[in-house]
Design a protein around this ligand. Structure first.
Ligand SMILES: [Zn+2]
Length: 335
């Protein structure tokens, strides 16, 4: 295990609370989003002090809308692109190995996917493949851009995801279009390859792929990186600082899955579908959130009541709009 020495862990432990991240973004890291380019080369003592390793913000792109966290585990780097809030704070994870890059998830809005593509291109290594974690639109709409920019990269997903996208993808894009206009995909990108459960080595990196059903989504991929001590949980785990999406009535099974993740030993860093990486304690806080959401759902006759009560139960969590979004789907006709 390299995990105990990883800069990623130290960084996520020390620097990745949401409020702290925002302070960093508003302060020393502001140059990196293009507002104070003259200061872009200045060292960031806070990050340097806490990471002690090359976990750092990317400094090379003034004007970038999203934020990128780079975390090094020996020869492996994980580049995490976090979209702005109007892209649901969704992540694209780029795993850079010795000779190639593997991309997980493709953003909601096309301009953010475009930023991901430009960033990957600058790494100077071919994209081995693109892997979609689940069928929710905020994770795949931007695959339209990534597959245009990387036409040789095959798109993988769990067995069943391609069928879901064929059946419901276009309707989902259409439902987003009134809000996002031409920032949403015009076509559904259907995965062409099936990812199987179990251990695989890709570019010398060991992945242990897991398939979960009936949690935040009907069908969800997770990936363990045992040599790095990283659990890529996607939308199984949410940040303690933000609301979770509760769009289907799978509360009980979601909690069972979270308990199984909690039992995994040696995975102290968790990358998640939305917001910056978290520690193991986020599994507990997600269980507490799902449990409360289940209770509120059982006691609430309509979406409005559910949303109001859930927001009142977790007043400190950000992204209250996600609760309204979830409530509408949770109380809609069964999907
Ligand atoms: Zn999501």
């Amino acid at each position: 295990m390299l995990s105990s020495n990883s800069g990623f862990q130290r960084l996520s432990q020390a620097a990745m609370s949401r409020s702290r991240f925002l302070r960093l973004a508003a302060g020393a890291l502001l140059p990196f989003v293009g507002l104070r380019p003259s200061a872009a080369a200045a060292p960031n003592p806070e990050l340097a002090q806490n990471s002690g390793a090359p976990g750092t913000k990317d400094a090379a792109a003034p004007g970038r809308m999203g934020a990128i966290l780079v975390s090094r585990f020996g020869p492996v780097k994980i580049h995490s692109y976090l979209s702005p809030a109007d892209g649901f704070h969704v992540n694209t994870q780029m795993i850079e190995g010795p000779t190639a890059v593997v991309i997980f998830d493709g953003q909601l809005q096309l301009p953010y996917a475009d930023e991901v593509a430009s960033y990957v291109q600058a790494l100077g290594k071919p994209v081995d493949r693109i892997i979609l974690s689940h069928a929710h639109t905020d994770h795949w709409s931007g695959l339209q851009v990534l597959t245009e920019r990387f036409p040789d990269a095959r798109v993988f997903a769990l067995d069943g995801i391609a069928e879901q996208l064929r059946a419901r993808g276009q309707a989902r894009l259409d439902s987003f279009r009134p809000i996002y206009g031409d920032r949403i995909a015009t076509k559904v990108t259907i995965p062409t390859e099936t990812i199987t459960e179990g251990v695989q080595r890709i570019d010398g990196i060991t992945y242990d792929f897991k398939r979960f059903v009936d949690a935040e989504s009907d069908l969800q991929l997770a990936a363990l990186l045992p040599e790095q001590g990283v659990l890529m949980a996607f939308d199984l785990v949410f940040s303690p600082n933000e609301h979770a999406f509760t769009v289907v009535n799978h509360f009980d099974h979601w909690m069972i899955i979270l308990e199984s993740l909690k039992a995994l030993q040696g995975y102290d860093t968790i990358t998640i579908g939305h917001d910056t990486p978290v520690r193991r304690s986020a599994i507990d806080s997600t269980i507490a959130y799902v449990k409360r959401a289940k209770e509120i759902h059982a006691a609430s006759a309509d979406a409005k009541t559910y949303g109001e009560r859930l927001k009142a139960a977790f007043p400190d969590r950000q992204q209250a709009g996600w609760v309204d979004f979830s409530a509408r789907l949770l109380y809609a006709a069964p999907r």
